[in-house]
Design a protein around this ligand. Structure first.
Ligand code: COA
Length: 200
């Protein structure tokens, strides 16, 4: 099932529109919505220690300020976006395309949704849109996701977008992580052409 091929990018505003979502740059007044995402234990457990849970709105505003500056400084296709649901206008998640440390030569998609919004395909739709604008408008041929072992939902989303298993590494963030890659040619296949994920 691929229901999310429609992707429109406005390079001026950096808005990316899909069938059900608008990805837009973060704003400082997204603090409450961002706390509902990044303060949720179900989300934070997979981002920690790279990003500890943030439940305090003032602390969240500080982090949003850092993300906004980082995204402004990065040229498209890179950036950080708030995921908003078109129907409600609410911020329901975040997605980013940024260089993987330490070498910063590969680009990583990272995505997070408020737990109440899991199970609708919004993560896959947002990931697909960010990869799409990278492939179509910036000439990239591959993007990656790095996922903690046991994070089955994230693996399923990566596979839904068309990513394939590459291997396990400890070279990023000082953690053991599973690496998935999306080739441009695999983005819009009717079904993800991926190898099975390894047993956790
Ligand atoms: C990773 C994460 C974003 C995935 O969210 P998700 O909603 O589980 O995943 P998807 O967006 O791929 O949606 C798939 C689910 O929506 C369902 N769905 C409903 N409508 C759908 C549609 N139109 N298209 C696709 N899937 C749809 C699927 O059946 C599936 O349901 P299931 O989980 O019950 O099998 C979320 O689990 C999360 O925020 N995790 C914590 C942070 C994290 O680990 N991020 C990854 C590392 S950065």
């Amino acid at each position: 099932m691929v229901e999310h091929r429609h992707v429109k990018l406005d390079p001026e505003t950096r808005h990316i529109e899909t069938r059900r979502l608008v990805l837009r740059p973060w704003r400082l007044d997204d603090d409450a919505a961002a706390c509902a995402i990044y303060g949720a234990p179900e989300v934070a457990r997979w981002l920690c220690p790279a990003l500890p849970a943030i439940v305090d709105r003032a602390e969240m505003r500080g982090m949003l300020g850092v993300w906004i500056a980082e995204s402004d400084a990065a040229e498209l296709p890179m950036g950080r976006w708030a995921i908003t649901e078109k129907r409600s206008g609410q911020v329901i998640g975040g997605v980013a395309l940024l260089p993987l440390p330490p070498e910063r030569s590969d680009l990583e998609i990272g995505w997070q949704l408020a737990p109440a919004m899991w199970g609708h395909g919004y993560g896959a739709e947002a990931g697909h849109a960010v990869a799409h604008q990278a492939f179509e408008n910036a000439g990239l041929s591959e993007v990656f996701a790095v996922i903690r072992p046991g994070n089955h939902r994230a693996v399923a989303t990566a596979r839904r977008v068309g990513m394939e298993w590459v291997g396990e590494t400890d070279k990023y963030y000082g953690l053991t992580l599973q690496v998935y890659r999306l080739w441009k040619a695999d983005l819009d296949l009717p079904e993800p052409a991926c190898a099975d994920a390894p047993e956790a």
